[in-house]
Design a protein around this ligand. Structure first.
Ligand code: MN3
Length: 246
């Protein structure tokens, strides 16, 4: 199937008559990275804007745990908006440095933290999932989980509770903390609040309503429970090994 045609048709049919349509063409043309020529007069290489990564599987590949429409909205609209917001924040900070006008520094630093964290977490989230996922981790990651949480069951129970009980929009996160040389479980509110400096996210569970509401409505706990059936533990273990190496 022509992926672009498919996507255009989806956008046309899914959003006709909603307020969101006004924002769509702009999002659609900015999710793919473009060279930013504005930096060329700084003498360095032209900067390449952040890009929306392609999904590592088909939009419907995660069904029935996550339905196709949710994946399309989540990736093509929400994740794309974080990429766009991050690129805008970086461009505005670039402008501020050139003009030496820092009147809006608090705003653009906040935007860079929010959208940058959103882009990073979603990129990991898509790779953490697989239609062939589920089960339990093995190898080095399994050993580390046992050492730091007592058992896989205890780790899963803590990560599940942390994810379900995020106040408002946010994430449950299994991370490696190189400063403490151990695995930790954290919550993130929005994308960037409550983090622990230095922690490297390995497995992230998106509990914003956009991640599950079409199919699960208010049943966040059911979504989190089902998500464990599509966790790609090989990907989590690869991230752990990279994190250990620094
Ligand atoms: Mn999300």
């Amino acid at each position: 199937m022509d992926r672009n045609l498919d996507r255009r048709d989806f956008l046309k049919t899914a959003f006709v008559g909603t307020a969101s349509i006004a924002a769509l063409p702009e999002i659609a043309t900015t999710v793919f990275g473009k060279e930013d020529s504005s930096n060329q007069n700084m003498g360095g290489n032209p900067k390449v804007a952040h890009e929306l990564p392609k999904l590592p599987y088909a939009y419907n590949a995660l069904e029935p745990v996550i339905d196709e429409q949710t994946v399309r909205l989540h990736h093509d609209i929400h994740h794309a908006a974080y990429v766009k917001g991050l690129n805008l924040a970086e461009a505005k900070l670039d402008e501020a440095r050139k003009s030496e006008n820092y009147d809006l520094i608090k705003h653009w630093e906040r935007e860079a933290a929010f959208h940058g964290s959103g882009h990073i977490l979603h990129t990991i989230f898509w790779e953490n999932l697989s239609p062939n996922g589920g089960g339990e981790p093995d190898g080095e990651l399994a050993e580390a989980i046992k050492k730091d949480f007592g058992s896989f069951g205890a780790c899963k129970a803590q990560l599940t509770a942390a994810s379900i009980l995020v106040e408002g929009s946010g994430w449950g996160i299994l991370a490696y903390q190189p400063i403490f040389t151990k695995l930790v479980i954290l919550q993130a509110e929005k994308h960037q609040d409550l983090t622990q400096w230095g922690a490297i996210p390995l497995l992230v569970i998106d509990v914003w309503e956009h991640a599950y509401y079409l199919k699960y409505q208010n049943k966040r706990a059911d979504f989190v429970a089902n998500l464990f059936n599509i966790i790609n533990w090989k990907n989590v273990e690869e991230r752990y090994k990279k994190a250990l190496k620094g």
